[in-house]
Design a protein around this ligand. Structure first.
Ligand SMILES: [Zn+2]
Ligand SMILES: [Zn+2]
Length: 442
């Protein structure tokens, strides 16, 4: 995959091997000598020099050709554009440069009717996915197609980029796509017909990371494919025991990322990272409990840390007033009350994914019942006012974190606690959100 496209056939024009090797001077000399040489294509695949440069990540050659007004959307034998090849080979800078030169992100090849987004997902290049998706926000595609429709674009067999990423066990791509609005429950059948979902494909590939990610974004364990099988049966058939254990409909359901909530979808990146980590931790705790029942053991980076941080948290640090267990990392705006990330999630998450029911009601601050307009990162203070770094590599887990994984039910009787949450200082990670009663539809 990483090698790029080879075109060292003996009878090809020297332009192609120069483009492949990034020999900018000789490519430039050939183009100066004979401008029409840029229209040449290779014999078999009908690749242009632009295709060859894009697939091999030769950004200088690519840039030079584009500067000389070479058509960025020139097609090869399979109607693949240079952008598709750059996405396929993970050449992010070439993807960006082609888009900048006006390459169309909404073209379909003649092999499987796939777009550049499909190629980036299929070959596992999250950076290319990001580059294409951020272009889709501002390009004419967003106006003509709508961004959400583009993210869920289907190939000839009905597969979205998310399907392909799940099939190829590419958890990072799965994450980027879900985060951009890819539908976790999309079926290749479409329009209500049974087909395969990304969860079926993740079950088949045996990728625990993909399964975990899809479940956390609300993928339905009960959805059936055209043969009537749920993902659990697919995992069993392919002997992926750990995946099967999580996909078993009788196993406890995971915590679901509360994406329909306005203040969650508009979270600033820092607060979002904290909450996502807390969500994955809570689900991993849950996984441990599930997998303990099976013969399969889950390799867990968190395991060795049990108890390591406990004495610090217990003595010096101001703990979350809901669970008395973790440090307050999230501050509710506009009231300023603070909670830990786990409790914030438990407040916002709902256990039963059901895409057909309307978006859940926006939760209120558990301390003062005022409306939550945004969540920001709280300043972490110890009693000695020492700043604690919340290191991503050392997530704070603890024995009691299970209590938050029960979802919003753990907040019953919370108001009885009264408002003894502390008012924290205004944090720097603030962003503004208009006050709005309406919750966005998913
Ligand atoms: Zn808490
Ligand atoms: Zn409050």
């Amino acid at each position: 995959m990483g090698q790029g496209l080879s075109c060292t056939e003996t009878n090809e024009h020297p332009l192609f091997s120069a483009a492949q090797k990034g020999e900018i001077e000789s490519v430039e000399a050939m183009v100066d000598d004979e401008p029409s040489v840029v229209d040449r294509t290779t014999g078999r695949g009908r690749l242009s020099a632009l295709h060859v440069a894009a697939a091999n990540g030769q950004i200088q050659v690519l840039s030079m050709l584009l500067d000389r007004s070479v058509n960025p959307d020139v097609l090869n034998r399979h109607k693949q554009s240079p952008l598709m090849l750059a996405a396929m080979y993970g050449k992010t800078s070439c993807v960006e440069r082609l888009i900048q030169a006006g390459a169309n992100i909404l073209m379909f090849d003649s092999l499987h009717g796939r777009t550049c987004l499909h190629y980036a997902a299929l070959y596992g290049h999250p950076d290319c996915l990001q580059a294409i998706l951020s272009a889709a926000h501002s390009s004419p595609v967003a106006n003509s197609w709508g961004f959400a429709r583009f993210v869920n674009i289907r190939d000839k067999s009905g597969a979205s980029p998310l399907h392909l990423a799940a099939r190829q066990a590419q958890p990072e791509c799965v994450h980027v796509l879900l985060d951009s609005g890819a539908l976790a429950c999309a079926s290749t059948g479409g329009q209500g017909f049974p087909g395969i979902t990304p969860l079926h494909l993740a079950a088949r590939s045996g990728s625990l990371d993909c399964v975990r990610e899809l479940l956390a974004w609300g993928a339905d364990r009960h959805q059936r494919d055209s043969s009537g099988r749920i993902p659990y049966l697919v995992a069993l058939k392919h002997k992926h025991g750990a995946c099967a254990a999580l996909l078993n409909p009788s196993a406890p359901g995971p915590l679901i990322w509360p994406s329909p909530l306005k203040f969650i979808t508009e979270l600033n990146p820092e607060a979002k990272a904290l909450l996502e980590r807390a969500l994955m931790e809570a689900n991993k705790d849950r996984e441990k409990a599930i997998l303990k029942e099976t013969v399969y053991s889950l390799p867990s980076p968190l395991h060795s840390e049990a108890g390591a941080d406990d004495d610090i948290e217990a003595s010096d640090v101001e703990l979350c007033c809901i669970c008395f267990d973790q440090i307050c990392t999230i501050e509710v705006q506009t009231c300023g009350h603070q909670m830990c990330a786990n409790c914030t999630l438990a407040l916002c998450c709902h256990n039963k994914p059901n895409p057909t029911t309307p978006a859940p009601k926006a939760p209120v601050c558990p301390f003062c019942r005022s409306k939550i307009t945004e969540l920001v990162v709280a300043e972490v203070k110890t009693k000695n006012n020492v700043q604690l770094e919340s290191s991503p590599s050392k997530p704070r887990t603890s024995r009691k974190s299970q209590s938050t994984s029960e979802g919003s039910s753990s907040f019953k009787g919370l108001s009885a606690l009264g408002s003894f949450g502390k008012l924290g200082g205004r944090s720097s990670g603030k962003f503004s959100v208009e006050c709005d009663d309406e919750v966005d539809k998913p």
